[in-house]
Design a protein around this ligand. Structure first.
Ligand SMILES: [Zn+2]
Length: 208
């Protein structure tokens, strides 16, 4: 049968409409509804530490604040840890791959010798995660007015091995920097950090 006759058959036409609609669906299906939040370190793994200021506590508190904000925005949230426990890196990336329609965001605080390092930076590994990293970094800088250290590529385990979903790692300031450390010890500042991360995620989702 000639193709024009084929297209003119009403039943075939509806089948073609259905087919083209289903071909469009994968584009919508990539819109995520779940954020997997990974608070870095835990238990004996303190992360960066100066005196009694430990990265593991700052990261968990920040992740919990982000969790609340994302839930208010209507997103589902899965936490790699909600307590001061040790989670091996493999378990964190396994969680990052445990479901689709999700993004993975790992939260850390930074450290450098000498204490001169300052500002925030967001890491990605695969290029498909770059846009998410750029959104979070932009909103984080806007919300906190901290130094923009950039959106950077790195091979950290959790963002390298989380392959099923966009995966980024945020460094929310330097524990080793006395003035940044003083700020991050306040809940008000950690709320700003959390707002920057959450707003970046929500804006990325709208743009997706
Ligand atoms: Zn860390």
């Amino acid at each position: 049968m000639p193709i024009s006759r084929f297209l003119n058959t009403p039943r075939t036409f509806s089948a073609l409409v259905l087919l083209s609609c289903s071909l469009l669906l994968p584009a919508f299906a990539t819109a995520f509804d779940t954020v997997i939040l990974d608070a870095g370190h835990g238990a004996h793994d303190r992360g960066a530490a100066i005196g009694y200021v430990y990265e593991k506590h700052l990261a968990l508190d920040t992740a919990r604040r982000v969790e609340q904000l994302l839930k208010k925005a209507g997103l589902k949230v899965i936490m790699s840890r909600s307590r001061d426990v040790f989670i091996p890196l493999q378990d964190r990336s396994r969680l990052g791959n445990s479901r689709g329609n999700a993004i993975f965001v790992s939260i850390h605080y930074n450290y450098n010798r000498g204490g001169s390092g300052a500002g925030v930076e967001t890491y990605y590994h695969r290029s498909s995660s770059y846009t998410l990293a750029a959104y979070i970094q932009a909103y984080l800088v806007q919300r906190t007015k901290m130094t923009h250290r950039g959106v950077k590529s790195a091979s950290f385990h959790v963002i390298r091995e989380t392959t099923r979903n966009p995966a980024v790692l945020v460094e929310c300031g330097f524990v080793s920097n006395p003035s940044e450390r003083a700020r991050m010890m306040t809940g008000e500042f950690r709320s700003r950090i959390a707002e920057g991360i959450a707003q970046g995620i929500v804006a990325y989702r709208k743009a997706d």
